[in-house]
Design a binder for this molecule. Sequence first.
Ligand code: ACO
Length: 349
Amino acid sequence: MPQSRIAGVGHYVPKNVVSNNDLLQYMDTSDEWIQERSGIKERRYADRTGETTATMGVEAATIAIERAGITPQDIDFIIFATLSPDYYFPGCGVLLQRAMKMKEVGALDVRNQCSGFIYAISIADQFIKTGMYKNILVVGSEKHSFGLDFSTRGRNISVIFGDGAGAVVLQPTEKAGQGILSSHLHSDGESAEILAMYNPGTHANHWVKEKVADFGDAELGEMFMSHEMIDNAQNFPFMDGPVVFKKAIVKFPEVVMEALKANGLETKDINLLIPHQANLRISQFVQHKLHLRDDQVFNNIDKYGNTTAASIPIALSEAWEQGKIKEGDLVCLAAFGSGFTWGSALLRW
Ligand code: ACO
């Protein structure tokens, strides 16, 4: 059975750099608070009308495809991970297929937030192993800046997130021990509402004790979005930061160890751990718990903030460009996020 290897990787971030101090014009916050709690110094925001989640995905995909030595017409399956799609439906995969003039190949959108990229490459890996596809494009992209609450009310969330995209091309390899060694996916829906954007949605307050959506009393319609929901700022994401933090610092190391154990390896064997760039404090905690050296962990959240489904492929692409990943290296990707969902993938480059 073939294994899947990353044949090309690329990333794209918007030109517009937004520093912590730039955010002061919208909300009551400080550079000191943001850096101390998250390690973030700046992030990028997409051009409001000129760039979308799908267009940034196209930019990243173009680089990944070129580096894989193929053309967009060679891609035989698309997986697009995002929580900030251009449209409620259809997904971004088809917009990318159209924009890149690809063949009429399958296009799947993944809705797994921060762990979306891990889920996406795990799915791609299964298709490659069975021999079904030979060139799978996996994209993670987010345009968070279009959907955050930039008033002081939303500051605990809005300062953390940034825009950008990353992509990889997966291809089969027959070389023993190369490529994705294993992937491990998990979920625990018990805390689904802890980090969530409830609206627009069809939940009609079914799952919550305190109402999170003021939809009108019309017999039909108005369930997705009402004027009241917008007036009451119910169209923004919600996060209980401390609860997320506590769970993340347990599940991140757990899922890294699960990947290592499944392959008879130890933390000292890791050349580079690329954690989802949730928060520098989370990554540092994970590094400490796993007794990893600084050179074994890649962080770039200081420059881009948390780009959710895009954070791992952006970091992977940067690490590769900086020569931090060489042939034969053991690379571990790990993510934790909304759902909660979490996962890891262990790769021999
Ligand atoms: N600037 C200034 N003050 C702020 C800001 C801000 N941007 N945001 C919140 N505060 C204030 C709060 O109002 C609160 O003030 P109060 O004590 O007077 O009420 C105080 O800071 C502490 O608020 P908390 O929400 O308890 O802040 P905490 O110290 O937990 O830090 C943070 C928030 C950074 C989000 C932290 O909880 C955390 O790291 N959580 C992990 C979650 C995370 O990183 N999520 C990223 C996305 S999810 C993912 O990718 C997995």
